[in-house]
Design a binder for this molecule. Structure first.
Ligand code: NAI
Ligand code: MG
Length: 342
């Protein structure tokens, strides 16, 4: 029986992870759960934001659900963000962020952003020289090639999926390589060159390239242009929040962090949302859709599909949390989703 590690973390993580665990339990009977601690509260209690016991729990689980943690806005000795540590320590190099739904004016979005998760501008290499601050943007061939491979494989999987769902002939997989190689000639030059090299191995995938600013414009104007987008760390972070915002906001955006090893961490894109934490009104859908990605990862695809379908029903209903303009609670939305699954 696959083991799922649950790390609720801080703030609304404490509300949305139990909701996701409940949906997982209803959707899939053969899972076992183990809870582990991480985050700011954990740091205050135990002096560590990611205790060794939590690392072990993640390492020995088949998949992990992670809520959100709160980070202090000033440097606190000994504290570092647990999700960044998990990504680094378990080499979870691919961050998958799907967006599915409709924009406020009814345009359809169904795309996947594949974000490089370990380097780029988030390499942690910043320094100060007097009144000048410098961040180093590290791009390697190895990381660029492996993220491109994940993106092209995901493009194939999505095309196959769509063809099966619609009963049509095999649709051609599509992927857009997003960069700014016209300005960042060396770093994004290497990213672009590496992606195009891997693209040659995937001749069945229709591959185009686009500059990041143009991509932002097209996402806002016509998101149906895109299927899979592969890009570097910071660009992926920003574009995926834009895509989330277009189809309902951070409360419903899921993500997966995967690598070459056994560990995989699934988390809503949002943070600990301190201003609504503890009020029972956090939207559980980002966490529940992350749980559906976890089920995909464990090859429980029918259960994953049922969770996504239950979420579509909830989103089309009047039972919505305040971030989506409704007046329902976390518990009511979770209840409705679980009732569809039961
Ligand atoms: P946030 O994602 O917590 O909140 C942004 C906005 O979205 C707020 O208006 C919030 O109320 C709303 N929101 C977020 N989740 C929601 C949900 N489930 N339902 C309804 N509304 C929701 O980002 P913010 O405010 O920038 O950061 C707050 C804290 O979270 C900070 O300490 C930050 O460091 C941390 N954070 C942690 C992340 C993680 O653990 N992966 C990711 C992002 C932020
Ligand atoms: Mg972000």
């Amino acid at each position: 029986m696959p083991k799922v590690c649950l790390i609720a973390g801080d703030g609304v993580g404490q509300e949305v992870i139990p909701a996701a665990a409940r949906a997982l339990g209803v959707a899939c009977a053969d899972l076992s759960f183990a809870e582990a601690e991480a985050g700011w509260g954990c740091f205050l209690r135990h002096g560590s934001a990611l205790p060794e016991s939590t690392r072990t729990a993640v390492a020995t689980a088949d998949a992990t659900m992670f809520g959100a943690t709160q980070s202090p806005s000033t440097v606190v000795g000994g504290y570092s963000s647990p999700i960044l540590s998990l990504r680094r320590d378990f080499d979870l190099f691919a961050n998958l962020r799907p967006s599915e739904g409709s924009t406020a004016d009814g345009r359809r979005i169904d795309l996947l952003i594949v974000r490089e998760n370990t380097e780029g501008l988030y390499s942690g290499r910043e320094h100060r020289e007097g009144d000048t601050a410098i961040a180093e943007r590290v791009i390697t061939r190895r990381a660029s090639e492996r993220i491109a491979r994940v993106a092209f494989q995901e493009a194939r999987r999505r095309a196959l999926r769509r063809s099966t769902d619609s009963g049509s002939a095999l649709l051609r997989p599509r992927c857009t390589i997003v960069h700014k190689a016209n300005v960042l000639k060396l770093t994004d030059g290497l990213f672009r060159e590496s992606c195009l090299r891997i693209a040659a191995e995937f001749s069945d995938v229709d591959c185009e390239e686009m500059l990041v600013d143009t991509t932002a414009m097209w996402l806002a104007k016509d998101p149906s242009r895109f299927d899979v987008i592969v890009t570097t760390n910071l660009f992926g972070d920003i574009l995926s929040d834009l895509a989330a915002g277009l189809c309902g906001g951070l409360g419903i955006a899921p993500s997966a962090n995967i690598g070459a090893g056994l560990a995989a961490v699934f988390e809503p894109v949002h943070g600990s949302a301190p201003e609504i934490a503890g009020r029972g009104i956090a939207n559980p859908i980002g966490a529940i859709l992350s749980a559906a990605m976890l089920l995909d990862h464990l090859q429980r695809t029918p259960a994953a599909d049922r969770v996504r379908q239950a979420v579509r029903v909830a989103l089309a209903s009047e039972t919505r949390t305040p971030d989506l303009g409704g007046a329902s609670s976390t518990a009511e939305v979770t209840e409705l989703i679980c009732a569809q699954l039961g």
